[in-house]
Design a protein around this ligand. Structure first.
Ligand code: XMP
Length: 518
């Protein structure tokens, strides 16, 4: 088992970033809700605890607290922002509302000699984002850094092995922040830094074997990267005879996508692949619907119905397991039973269906990606032998082409869009532009335009191309194509795709637009 740093999540938007930074240092970090105790950790031995920031004030009613078990572990503890205030408050110090609320950039002056601040210049820029501040320190604590506004910025109680920061070392606005995390993880917690995804793979394989034993597992393969990697990991952990992959072809997928996923999993030894052709059902559910939300619901509900029915139909024993590709971030964002402290909560289909919730409660859901982030999933996929082309694919929305054919969805429109999408992506790969963009796709607006072909007038579809650059999809910029590429791609589309006589390029950014059109 890898050495682990526990991160208690008090609801800061940066909690995940702390985990990322620690993992980038080669140390396994696990995020837990503050209501959990050390027994919830999957990694061991515990080498240190980090208390994240959070929106609450320590004096607010119901403000999250710190379980004393964490301090009783005898490992070093680092409180960040709310984490610091909570430590100060619960150990006998005093926290007060800030008078000049310290948000944003600040200068911090530090004292020499504390191991947390080793390697720091006398003054460093840092990122603050909390209204409260520590006014009186608990006994045994010393202020080791102060901000230009006179606020205690870093505290240390080396005898009790507790440190605290009022600012955020994990964000890029604190340029020397990584040095502090390094100091904590290596200098203070004495971690070895030898964790990598190979360890995760071994630990997860063991966990799956223990959880599942020799019972069958139904793996829900959506066609996306996450569930494909999850299934590949199952294949590493269990005999192929135990694994039944279930894939629903909604008719809203890209061309050859279902086949590609099936072929690559078969190449890894998958024996039982159940392909459900459900195009008619999805199209029937979409018929007559043109409102984007109504379409999304129709698609989501049909997935749930078909999935439940087909799982039944497989006729496997009632104590079978269900496997899905849920990521760490999906679980956190859905506030799934644990991180209820997060301010923004978004429900993902796969985390919350009634079937999954019931199975999860019975301990019969297997989620091999539940401890890792998206880019780690991709790396794991490569390690497991999946083709790089498959693993590195752009994100694709759950409702698929159903929300890229604008207005009512028909088989004919889907065919046109699939063809355009295929040409577009093929050209991007050929021109080495696929990875210059974060996401690129075609949209079929519900519009026709007049054109001319030979001596004839045409009246056909307009297609829009969209290519964006983004870090996480929350904001995005239009990708600035060199014109010659765009012209050539447009020419190829109008030459090859029947029913299309005009191509436009979407130059909007997000906000105010979104990445998808619906
Ligand atoms: P928007 O359109 O909101 O998209 O700017 C941001 C990112 O999320 C993807 N997206 C979805 N992904 N289910 C998904 O799994 C959905 O319903 C969904 N809607 C949008 C979108 O492709 C982009 O990457």
């Amino acid at each position: 088992m890898p050495e682990v740093i526990a991160i208690l999540d008090y609801g800061s938007q940066y909690t995940r970033l702390i985990a990322r930074r620690v993992r980038e240092l080669g140390v396994y970090a696990e995020i837990l809700p503050p209501t959990a105790g050390p027994e919830r950790l999957t990694g061991s031995p515990l080498k240190g605890v980090i208390l994240s920031g959070g929106p609450a004030s320590v004096y607010a009613e119901g403000a999250p607290t710190l379980k004393p078990e964490w301090l009783a572990q005898g490992v070093p503890v680092l409180g960040i922002c709310y984490g610091l205030q909570l430590l100060a408050h619960s150990l006998g110090g005093k926290v007060v509302p800030g008078t000049s609320r310290e948000y944003g950039l600040a200068e911090v002056t530090s004292r020499d000699g504390d191991p947390l601040l080793a390697g720091w210049a006398a003054t460093e820029p840092v990122w603050m984002s909390h209204g409260d501040r520590v006014e009186t320190l608990p006994a045994g604590f010393a202020a080791v850094a102060t901000s230009d506004a006179g606020v205690v910025a870093a505290v240390a109680a080396p005898d009790r092995r507790i440190w605290g920061l009022q600012f955020h070392p994990e964000v890029t606005h604190t340029p020397a922040g990584t040095q502090l995390l390094k100091n904590f993880v290596f200098g203070i917690c004495e971690c070895k830094g030898d964790w990598d995804l190979g360890d995760y793979l071994d630990a997860m394989s063991r966990e799956i074997r223990e959880q599942v034993g020799d019972r069958p597992v139904i793996s829900l393969v959506s066609g996306g990267v996450d569930s494909t990697v999850a299934t590949a990991l199952l294949l590493r952990a269990l005999p192929a005879d135990q694994i039944h992959a279930l894939h629903i072809d909604s008719g809203l997928m890209r061309r050859s996508e279902s086949r590609q996923v099936m072929d690559s999993l078969k190449a890894l030894g998958l024996k039982h692949f159940h392909l459900v052709e459900a195009e008619n059902e999805f199209l029937a559910a979409l018929a007559g619907k043109s409102d984007p939300e109504a379409k999304r619901h129709a698609i989501g509900d049909t997935f749930i119905e078909v999935q439940a029915r087909e799982v039944e139909r497989l006729g496997l024993p009632s104590d079978s397991f269900l496997c899905q590709g849920t990521l760490y971030t999906d679980l956190i964002e859905s506030g799934h039973g644990e991180h209820g402290t997060s301010a923004s909560i978004k429900t993902h289909h796969n985390v919350g269906t009634a079937q999954i919730v019931a199975l999860r409660e019975a301990g019969r859901v297997v989620e091999p990606n539940k401890g890792i982030f998206k880019d780690e999933v991709r790396e794991l996929g490569r390690k497991l032998g999946l083709a790089p082309d498959l693993v590195d694919r752009h994100p694709f929305p759950g409702p698929g082409l159903g929300i890229r054919v604008l207005g009512e969805v028909t088989r004919e429109k889907l065919e046109i869009l699939r063809h355009v999408d295929e040409v577009f992506v093929e050209e991007l790969r050929k021109r080495d532009l696929y990875h210059a963009t974060w996401q690129a796709f075609a949209v079929l607006p519900d519009a026709r335009s007049v054109g001319v072909m030979g001596d004839f007038r045409t009246y056909e579809h307009v297609v829009a191309l969209r290519a964006v650059q983004s870090v996480d999809g929350m904001t995005a910029d239009c990708y600035a194509f060199p014109w010659e590429h765009l012209f050539a791609i447009s020419r190829r589309i109008t030459n090859e795709v029947r029913g299309v006589n005009r191509v436009v390029y979407d130059v909007s950014s997000k906000p105010p637009s979104t990445i998808e059109w619906e």
